[in-house]
Ligand binder design. Structure first.
Ligand code: ADP
Length: 462
């Protein structure tokens, strides 16, 4: 059922209260009936007792005298109580006219016992106390009846009130329920209204936190915390887009200006070649940058699609070192590799791991002056494989060590302006490591060199 919470709460409230009222009236009805029964039983028993005392006093004076006394007593009872008395032989000593007309069959009883039953006498209902009494050695059977009509009328009146009051009470309960649910949902509506106004332009706005420490306060605080996270992500994306556009604008401007200048007038072939080489170099850098941007965008979208397979880091590092050696040769750097004699198995995406290692080796080469040294080492304990890429380069200021893994972050921009790069390599390296359940960290001494540590969980074997 697609009902608003307010309607559902009202409905529930009504249903619960309606059932409660029905149960309450039913219990009252039961109590009422029980109390009527007790009252009429008591009343008929009292009458029966009166007759027994009368018999005890008059039995010795003969039947006629008993009859006269019983008649007087019956006349005395103004509330419509009836009476009939039979002696041991079954001869009626006295019978009220209603008993005469109805002449019910008398139930059998043990001596000195009293039983109650309800019967119709002359179209009215009576509660009858039937007693077998022994007076001066003689047995009498007494029926003392009291009319139940006045009580039945009171019960009927109560039931009429019940029937009229129930729908009224349920209606009142519905109105009260509607009002109450509206009131308790007011803070929710306020949250909805504020939330509807929050958009990309005012992501810093927060929901008003209600005073009482209840679920709504918890909900508001949770939503505010979520908004804070969304705002932070949004800021990161905005910053990323701004940085990416900025970094792309520079090489595009270089390509365009170089081409424009070259074409302004006719030049010797040598100058054209120079211009084209610059354009080519810048294009390669730009396409690297685009490739990195694409990787990070895919990573953000969770669409990187890594294929995790058993991978021997030992064999793989050897391949990467060969590539690194080509890079290092230009700067007369030496690269050494220290690995154990056994394979080191991890589960990983071969292309991604290759890229991760190449980023670190490329950086080591890039930030190490001519004649320096770079060492790649691999070791393993029970849980982790540890790769360290160490160089004797320019080092990283301590204050920058934490942020170099952020996107577009370059340590000490003044120093690295000469070195090509956009500050995306380590962000990609960190993402790849995390995707493999590993960690990456850096240690460095300014002017002495840096070490990058990668720890990846080992897998049992191939
Ligand atoms: P890029 O090299 O393109 O600038 P990275 O994300 O790979 O981007 O590196 C971020 C920054 O960390 C670099 O700009 C540099 O300042 C610093 N850095 C990374 N590796 C080294 C290293 N081996 N030696 C010194 N500084 C480094």
């Amino acid at each position: 059922m697609n009902l608003a919470i307010r309607a559902r709460l009202t409905f529930l409230y009504c249903a619960v209260l309606g059932l409660t009222f029905v149960a309450f009236f039913w219990i009252c009805d039961l109590g009422f009936r029980h109390s009527i029964e007790t009252t009429v039983n008591d009343s008929s028993r009292t009458n029966l007792e009166t007759v027994r005392r009368l018999l005890a006093n008059t039995a010795s004076q003969g039947d006629e005298s008993v009859r006269a006394e019983l008649r007087d007593l019956s006349n005395l009872w103004a509330n419509g109580a009836l009476l009939e008395v039979a002696d041991a032989k079954g001869t009626w000593l006295f019978r009220s006219p209603q008993f005469l007309r109805a002449s019910p069959s008398l139930p059998q009883l043990a001596a000195n016992d009293i039983a109650f039953f309800t019967t119709n006498l002359d179209s009215s209902q009576y509660r009858v106390a039937l007693g077998l009494v022994e007076v001066a050695g003689e047995r009498f059977q007494i029926h003392a009846a009291v009319p139940t009509e006045p009580f039945d009328q009171a019960l009927d009146r109560f039931r009429i009130i019940e029937k009229e009051a129930l729908p009224l009470l349920v209606l009142l309960a519905s109105l009260l329920g509607y009002w109450l649910s509206g009131k308790s949902l007011q803070p929710v509506n306020r949250i909805i209204q504020t939330a509807e106004q929050i958009g990309a332009q005012n992501l810093s706005r927060r929901l008003e936190v209600p005073e009482p420490r209840d679920e709504l306060r918890h909900l508001t605080e949770t939503l505010n915390a979520m908004l804070a996270r969304i705002e932070a992500s949004f800021q990161r994306i905005t910053q990323f887009t701004a940085d990416a556009s900025h970094d792309l604008r520079t090489p595009v401007a270089v390509i365009r200006t170089t081409a424009e200048i070259a074409l302004r007038r006719s030049r010797p072939a040598e100058e054209y070649r120079d211009a084209l080489s610059r354009i080519l170099l810048t294009s390669v850098e730009t396409s690297d940058l685009l490739e990195n941007l694409l990787t990070l965008a895919r990573a953000d979208a969770g669409a990187a699609g890594l294929e995790m397979l058993p991978l021997d880091l030992n064999a793989h590092l050897r391949k990467v070192q060969e590539q690194g050696a080509v890079l290092a040769a230009d700067k007369s750097l030496s690269i050494t590799l220290r690995t154990p004699d056994v394979p080191v198995w991890v589960r990983g995406d071969e292309i991604a791991i290759h890229r991760l290692l190449l980023i670190l080796i490329d950086n080591a080469v890039k930030y190490t002056p001519h004649g320096g040294h770079c060492e790649i080492s691999l070791s393993q304990n029970q849980a982790h494989a540890h790769i360290a890429v160490k160089d004797t380069g320019i080092g990283i200021p301590e204050s920058d060590l934490d942020c170099i893994f952020e996107r577009f972050r370059r340590a000490d921009r003044a120093r690295s302006r000469e070195t090509p790069g956009a500050g995306l390599g380590l962000a990609i390296a960190r993402w790849i490591t995390h995707m493999h359940g590993g960690t990456i960290s850096a240690e460095s001494t300014l002017g002495m060199g840096s070490v990058f540590h990668i720890r990846l969980p080992v897998s049992a074997s191939a």
